[in-house]
Design a protein around this ligand. Sequence first.
Ligand SMILES: [Zn+2]
Length: 296
Amino acid sequence: MKFLSRGWKKTAAAAAALLLLSSSMFALTGCAPGEAKSGASSSAAVQAEGQLKPGTAYVKRDPSVTYSVPEGVSVLMFHMIGDIPNNAAVETEANLRLQMNYLRDHGYHPITMQELYDYVTKGAALPEKPVCITFDDGYLDSYTIVYPMMKEYGFPWTLFLITDDVGKPYNRMTWDQLKEMADSHTVTIANHTLSHPKLHNLATAKEKEKEIVEANEALKYHLGIDNAWLAYPYGDYDDQVVEICKKAGIKMAVTTDSGRVHVGSYPYELKRVYIGNDISLARFSERLNKDNYTPV
Ligand SMILES: [Zn+2]
């Protein structure tokens, strides 16, 4: 949830108009975006080993996959995976597997943060039936359950990590485990702040800056990551937080506000689509495709 002014809206609308204009110009000249084509996009192209950026997911897709500019993309939001009764947001491993089976069996193509960024800001083409998979916080199950499962399906995903929680005894990962994940290039590891506060509640800009900048520094120090992506804890932010993100090299940030993202969406307040045990497969399917999906 955003606090304070909404001054960005004008800029976002202008950007969307520009994007629309430029995509129609492309259409006139007969080249992408907007035009379906085959083959991996440049950002998805598999680079030579050693050129891969640490902590960044790369995906090798079948060259027959068709690319086009979709009407919208669902950025799926997951948290903990496990068995905690009466907490629908903690999804069971069995339900996660059912959903990943659904994606595979229905021809969905999970995309990376870079692909999402290129889509939102430049109207870049995406593989058919795109979806973006994100997990917040950095629970141990992101290493023990999610990491091997996504590898098995060949799905790139993104982990938004609370860096000060790494190594804590209860249900958290170690930096060694994160390093293994970062070096696998199957997951993008990104910023979910140092300690997971409600950012707009922090008294000073300095405190907000510390949460964002020092988490980026931890990602760089421990994992070698030059991070450009962030998830606001509790989806909570304000204009000052967005300015701090921009200065810290964050290019795109996701909220917990419910909805899908589109070409021209303001990259510092991208909506996400909640997924949990209370989302049946029928509702899951709806959430992959429809802007006005049924609320929980
Ligand atoms: Zn969180």
